[in-house]
Structure formats: C-alpha cells, structure tokens
Design a binder for this molecule. Structure first.
Ligand code: HEC
Length: 144
C-alpha cells in the first residue's frame, strides 16, 4: 500500500515536471517573432487572398473614432509620428516609439503584440481589431 502511494507520488511529480517543461517550451516558441513574421501570420489568419496594406494601416493609426473622448485615435498615446516616443494620455507614462525602424523591440513578441492590440483596439475602436487590421497596422509601421 505504502509503495503504491509512493509510486503514484513519483508519477505525479514526473508528469507535472514534464508538463511545465512543455508549457515553458511552448510559450518561448510562441512569443518570439519578427515584425514580418507577425504580419504574415495575421495576414494568413485574415483569410485567402488577403494582402496587408500600409495605406489602410496608416488610416487605422490616425483615424479619429468617437468611442472614447480621451483616446479618440491610436495617435492619442502613440503620437502622429510613430518614430517618436509617445505618452500615455491618461497616466502620462512614456510609450516607446511604435515603428520597428525606431524601436527594434516592436512586434518581436507575439504575446505582447496581442495583449496591446486587444486592450488598445477595445478602448479606441470599441471592439477588437481584426487579423487583417493588425496585419495592415504592422505593414504601415514597418515602412515608417
Ligand atoms: C491610452 C493610450 C494608448 C492608445 C490610445 C493606444 N495605445 Fe497602443 N500602447 C499603449 C501602451 C502603454 C503600450 C505598451 C507600452 C510600450 O510598448 O511602449 C502600447 C503598445 C501597443 C502595441 C504593442 C506593440 C509591440 O508589439 O510592441 C500595439 C500593437 C498597440 N499598442 C496598438 C495600438 C493600436 C492599434 C491603437 C489604436 C487603435 C493603440 N495602440 C492606441 C498605449 C496606447
């Protein structure tokens, strides 16, 4: 009886170690990306025949939307010039430049990109951005 319990404990310990190793490996793999890889995966998610457009991305970046008075557009915190550092319109905290050309860390972490797309699109646009809009947004910023 005692040895059976011991065996079960060992099994559970081994299994949970293997599981967390797998999870850490997966998270590491899923997060690393380049702007062009991220853009390509959003474009694929947008559906067959979709081509990212820097022009549509520019429009999304600067479009004034009336969902929120304090943050009517992406430019409210990211400024009109994505090569410039911005400032959070509510907290006043510094925001690093959005263009990968001015900030090489941009769009290199898919989890970070997703987190902020979800939060900022919900606040500014009033809904989540579509995969196509995200691909357009990255296409625009990659050219700046
Ligand atoms: C209320 C201020 C605010 C507004 C408005 C805003 N953002 Fe942001 N955004 C931030 C902050 C803060 C960060 C994270 C800090 C940083 O990365 O410098 C961020 C980061 C991001 C990132 C992460 C990019 C990466 O991979 O590093 C994306 C994508 C993004 N914003 C998209 C948008 C879009 C799209 C809009 C407009 C629909 C928008 N943001 C409007 C504050 C804002």
């Amino acid at each position: 009886m005692k040895s059976a319990r011991c065996l079960i404990t060992t099994l559970i310990t081994t299994l949970s170690a293997a599981l967390s190793a797998a999870l850490i490996g997966y998270a590491g793999h899923a997060a690393a990306a380049s702007p062009s890889e991220l853009m390509a995966s959003y474009a694929t998610a947008a559906g067959p025949g979709f081509t990212p457009s820097a022009e549509r991305g520019r429009a999304l970046y600067s479009k004034k939307i009336s969902v929120s008075d304090t943050m009517p557009a992406c430019t409210a915190c990211h400024t009109d010039n994505p090569r410039q550092a911005g400032k959070h319109v509510v907290t006043g905290k510094a925001v690093q430049p959005m263009a990968p050309g001015a900030n090489p860390e941009r769009f290199t972490d898919s989890k970070k990109a997703e987190k902020w797309f979800r939060r900022n699109c919900s606040e500014v646009v009033g809904r989540e951005c579509t995969p196509g809009e995200k691909a357009d947004f990255i296409a625009y910023l990659s050219k700046e």
